[in-house]
Design a protein. Structure first.
Length: 436
């Protein structure tokens, strides 16, 4: 552990050393083969085995997870123990909706930067297929009345109020993806910003097809082989790659799908939205001292990160705000960034963010800039596809996009990249990294 007496004003460089993730597995109407901790262990075990130091050498474990299941409270600690990191390993779980996986990296980054740790395992794990079915409040009240009834007559009276409709389940994931303040689900917020910036159904479908084709090519070319580790279920089945990709996707096929959230005229469909999936991702962060001590090879340094917030009704525009703040802080232009990973919650949402950065009014009034930022080159954006094709396990995605950004920069021989995402509730995060 680093010396806590280090001055908090001393900002040490923080390196990304290694990372791995499971395949992202599409939810198929029932709980999948892995819980969040199962996924975290499946991704973490081979990652730790290939390191020169023992798992117990880490100072801390941080894991993003949104839909924590009742059997795995504080999944970070459960995962750390199952990974053999020792009983003395501090571990905690972070939750900031879609940003949880990136928040784990950012928390580790700030902790190491400030001198309180040298080596941290930071990740995200989510099993959306295990999201619970809930009882209606009326059913909860009825069960409470039945349990509290003291006399036989009172119990009969309570039983007489039973109706089968009481036990129609409430889908927990659906409630979780609905903002409690503006009472819009995430798909509806995508419809709002699509209308604000004139994004059409055809444009959203074209973007979605591009995401699938890019991911299919990355799988075919083996570009994800050093990123995705196979996951093995209890029944011995091996899951080797993201299984939501549709290599035969076409605009003509997607055009046949009905809008999901705003019928009949909405543009957000199941085909141009992120998929409901299960998956986990980890990254190892280290100080310069840890790099020297364990003879590690740093692959990138975290340059900076930025978190922003806005009206939950237009939460999908958050990345535009975080990008602008991050670039302004370093006096960079869009062209100074070699690659971008912008999490694809919805195709329309990504396109609206790109449009916002080109819009003079938005940049002047929302970002307080004299001029618009300009256009992000689509050839630099999500070059191997994104969540529309491979899925969006909420607590994991922010970690995955940083991991993939690092791998893509290395493959292309480029230097600097930004990973960013919108966050349910009206927030956003962005992280800038540079290869070393």
């Amino acid at each position: 552990m680093a010396n806590d007496s280090n001055s908090p004003s001393v900002r040490r460089p923080v390196y990304l050393v290694d990372g791995a993730r499971t395949p992202f597995l599409k939810a198929r109407g029932r709980p999948g083969p892995f819980t969040p901790v199962d996924l975290a262990v499946q991704a973490g075990r081979p990652l730790l085995l290939r390191q020169p130091m023992a798992p117990t050498e880490f100072d801390q474990v941080i894991l993003g997870c949104v839909n924590v299941i009742s059997e795995e409270m504080n999944p970070a600690r459960v995962a750390a123990l199952r990974l053999g990191m020792g009983e003395a390993m501090p571990a905690f779980t972070v939750q900031i909706n879609c940003g949880s996986g990136m928040q784990s990296i950012d928390t580790a980054y700030r902790t190491i930067q400030g001198g309180s740790a040298d080596l941290i395992l930071a990740g995200g794990a989510e099993a959306l297929s295990h999201s619970p079915l809930l009882l209606q409040q009326k059913a909860v009240n009825w069960l409470a009345d039945l349990q509290l009834a003291k006399s036989p007559m009172a119990k009969l009276k309570a039983l007489g109020r039973f109706r089968p409709s009481l036990f129609k389940p409430v889908i927990g994931l659906e409630r979780g993806l609905t903002d409690p303040v503006v009472e819009l689900n995430m798909g509806q917020t995508a419809e709002v910003i699509a209308q604000l910036f004139g994004i059409t159904r055809a444009q959203a479908d074209e973007y979605a097809v591009s995401s699938h084709l890019r991911l299919a090519r990355a799988q075919r070319e083996g570009w994800l082989d050093n990123e995705v580790v196979p996951a093995i279920s209890a029944d011995g089945r091996i899951y080797k790659e993201d299984d939501g990709v549709r290599p035969d996707s076409s605009v003509e096929h997607l055009a046949k799908l009905r809008p999901v959230f705003e019928r009949p005229y909405g543009i957000v469909t199941a085909g141009n939205s992120s998929q409901i999936t299960d998956g986990a991702s980890w990254m190892i962060l280290a100080s310069e001292e840890a790099v020297k001590k364990h003879n590690l090879t740093p692959r990138a340094v975290i340059t900076d990160s930025c978190w922003s917030a806005l009206d939950p009704e237009i939460m999908g525009l958050g990345p535009a705000m975080s990008i602008a703040q991050l670039l302004s802080r370093h006096q960079y232009r869009l062209d100074d960034i070699d690659l971008w990973e912008l999490n694809e919650a919805f195709a329309a949402q990504v396109l609206a963010c790109l449009a916002a950065l080109e819009d003079e009014t938005f940049c002047r009034e929302a970002l307080k800039l004299e001029h618009c930022f300009g256009r992000i080159d689509r050839d630099k954006l999500n070059i191997d596809g994104g969540a529309v094709a491979l899925g969006h396990p909420v607590g994991t995605s922010g970690n995955r996009i940083v991991l993939h950004l690092l791998n893509a920069l290395e493959r292309k021989g480029l230097k600097r990249g930004i990973a960013t995402q919108c966050i349910g509730g009206g927030q956003a995060g962005a992280m800038m990294i540079e290869r070393v």
